[in-house]
Design a protein around this ligand. Structure first.
Ligand code: ADP
Ligand code: MG
Length: 267
C-alpha cells in the first residue's frame, strides 16, 4: 500500500469530521494550593472559531497552556482529533500572549517565522530557498513582507503580533490557538488578524482565541467558552452569549450598563 505524505504526517486521509480537533476532559491545573483551572471540559468544533472569555485570572491562558502540554495538569487530559496530544501536537499552532514574550532577544522577523518550520527542518536542517519563500509568503499574508530582516524587538505591538501569527501560519496546522491576539494592537492589525483567522476557517481549520473584548464576540466568533476557574458555559454565540452567562462568569465585575450595550443572545 502506498504511504502517502498525509498518512506519514499522522493525518488519516478521511478524518471523521465529527471528532473534535481538541477535546479537553476533566482538566485541573494548579500553581499553588488553589486551582487556576478546575475540572474543565471543553470541546471545540471543527472549522469554527471559538472565543474563550472570562475575567482576569480566570484561567484562560492556563487552560490553553495545559491543553497544549506546556504546563502539566494535576488531572485530566486533552485529546487532539481523538488521539493523544503527544502524537498530534504538531497539528496545533500556538500564538502566546504577546506580553509573555521576551522581545529583547535579538532575532530577525524572518527567523521568528522560520521557527514554525522547525519540525520540517529538523534539529540540524538547513534553511533552503523554498523554506525562506514559504516564510515570506506567510509574512505576506499578514502584511509584514517588508519587515523580514528587521529585529523583532524594533517592531510595534501590532507588528509583533502579526509576525507571531505568520509563524503559526508557517506550521500549516489544523488548529490555531491564540492568547489575546488583539490585546494592545492597532485597529488595522486587528482587522488584518481577523481576516486571516476567517480565511483559515474557510479552509476548514479550527481557531480558538482568548478574547477580552465582549463588544466584538458576536462579530468575530461562532462559538463561545465562558470560564471562571470552572467552565460556566460553552456553545454557539447565538445561544450561549447571554446576560445570564456573563453574570455567572464575571460575578459583580461587569456592570449591567456594559451588558446592556452588547449584542447578546436572547434569554
Ligand atoms: P487569565 O489568562 O484568565 O487571566 P491565568 O491563566 O493567567 O488567567 O491565571 C489563572 C490564575 O493562575 C491566576 O490567579 C494567576 O495569578 C495564576 N497564575 C498564572 N500563572 C501562574 C504562574 N506561573 N505561577 C503562579 N500562579 C500563576
Ligand atoms: Mg491570560
Amino acid at each position: 500500500m502506498a504511504m502517502t505524505l498525509a498518512s506519514l504526517d499522522g493525518r488519516s486521509q478521511a478524518e471523521d469530521p465529527t471528532i473534535s480537533p481538541l477535546a479537553v476532559r476533566g482538566l485541573t491545573v494548579s500553581y499553588g494550593e488553589k486551582p487556576a483551572v478546575f475540572s474543565v471540559d471543553m470541546t471545540l468544533s471543527k472549522g469554527r472559531m471559538t472565543a474563550i472569555v472570562g475575567p482576569n485570572g480566570a484561567g484562560k491562558s492556563t487552560l490553553l497552556k495545559a491543553a497544549l502540554g506546556i504546563i502539566s495538569p494535576l488531572a485530566g487530559q486533552a485529546l487532539v482529533h481523538g488521539k493523544s496530544l503527544k502524537s498530534q501536537r504538531h497539528r496545533i499552532a500556538y500564538v502566546p500572549q504577546r506580553a509573555s514574550v521576551d522581545w529583547d532577544f535579538p532575532t530577525r522577523v524572518i527567523d521568528v517565522v522560520l521557527m514554525g518550520l522547525q519540525r520540517e527542518l529538523g534539529l540540524l536542517g538547513r534553511v533552503r530557498a523554498h523554506h525562506r519563500e514559504r516564510a515570506l509568503a506567510c509574512l505576506d499574508r499578514v502584511g509584514m513582507q517588508d519587515f523580514a530582516d528587521r529585529q523583532i524587538g524594533q517592531l510595534s505591538g501590532g507588528q509583533q503580533q502579526r509576525v507571531f501569527l505568520a509563524r503559526a501560519l508557517s506550521q500549516n496546522a489544523d488548529l490555531y490557538m491564540l492568547d489575546e491576539p488583539f490585546a494592545g494592537v492597532d485597529a488595522a492589525t486587528e482587522r488584518a488578524i481577523i481576516a486571516v483567522l476567517k480565511s483559515l476557517r474557510e479552509e476548514g481549520k479550527t481557531v480558538v482565541a482568548v478574547h477580552h473584548d465582549l463588544a466584538t464576540v458576536t462579530e468575530y466568533f461562532d462559538d463561545i467558552f465562558l470560564i471562571n476557574t470552572r467552565k460556566v458555559a460553552e456553545g454557539p454565540v447565538e445561544t450561549t452569549f447571554t446576560a445570564e452567562n456573563l453574570n455567572k462568569t464575571y460575578g459583580g465585575r461587569l456592570a449591567m450598563a456594559q451588558i446592556d450595550q452588547l449584542e447578546l443572545a436572547a434569554g
